[in-house]
Design a protein around this ligand. Sequence first.
Ligand SMILES: Nc1ncnc2c1ncn2[C@@H]1O[C@H](COP(=O)(O)OP(=O)(O)OP(=O)(O)O)[C@@H](O)[C@H]1O
Ligand SMILES: [Mg+2]
Length: 206
Amino acid sequence: MKPYLKLDHIDKVFTRGNVSSEVLKDINLTLAKGEYVSIIGHSGCGKSTMLNIIAGLTTATMGGVLLEDREVNSPGPDRAVVFQNHSLLPWLTVYQNVQLGVDKVFARSKSKKEREAWIVHNLNLVQMTHAKDKRPSEISGGMKQRVGIARALAMEPKVLLLDEPFGALDALTRAHLQDSVMALHQKLGNTIVMITHDVDEAVLLS
Ligand SMILES: Nc1ncnc2c1ncn2[C@@H]1O[C@H](COP(=O)(O)OP(=O)(O)OP(=O)(O)O)[C@@H](O)[C@H]1O
Ligand SMILES: [Mg+2]
């Protein structure tokens, strides 16, 4: 197997004053291109921390992350994250939240019209087109999560990082979105790391 995404001997220690807590110790993980890996573990064991390190949002205390043999040390559009606490920008509408990423990634390769159609396509995928002009404070938690998924999918990232992406959703929406993510994974062959508390979900998707 040719390594595509590699976590190499990662340690993470959080320090405040003279108190330090060791959250991750010697984490190694190697993914081939197109692999779909699920991470399961009890609450507080460091899953989100690990995902943030891959995203380049948190730096490892020791060790590092390599994507296609290049070291990752800052966030980039090649690694999109669906956060556990759906972090949408509160001053932007649903549409604009998705647009932000799309405009960044496809500024050159798609025309303005094509980008608009692409944003709508991804909002359709998560069934959020009807609320495209609402702001995050005006929609429910599950709806925010769906917008977060649309935003990440719309960027067609090399690596998709999903932190309990289907956690706050009802069973029907969850099944629908799981299907969408699987279809996308088949179509694009992107590499996915997903955190979940649901063993069945991990088995189904990975
Ligand atoms: N910025 C931070 N500063 C200090 N400690 C932190 C920070 N972020 C996380 N931690 C600590 O690191 C540990 C792991 O947190 P993390 O969010 O990675 O857990 P998790 O596995 O994602 O849990 P959950 O399943 O509940 O989401 C926790 O003990 C948490 O308190
Ligand atoms: Mg977490």
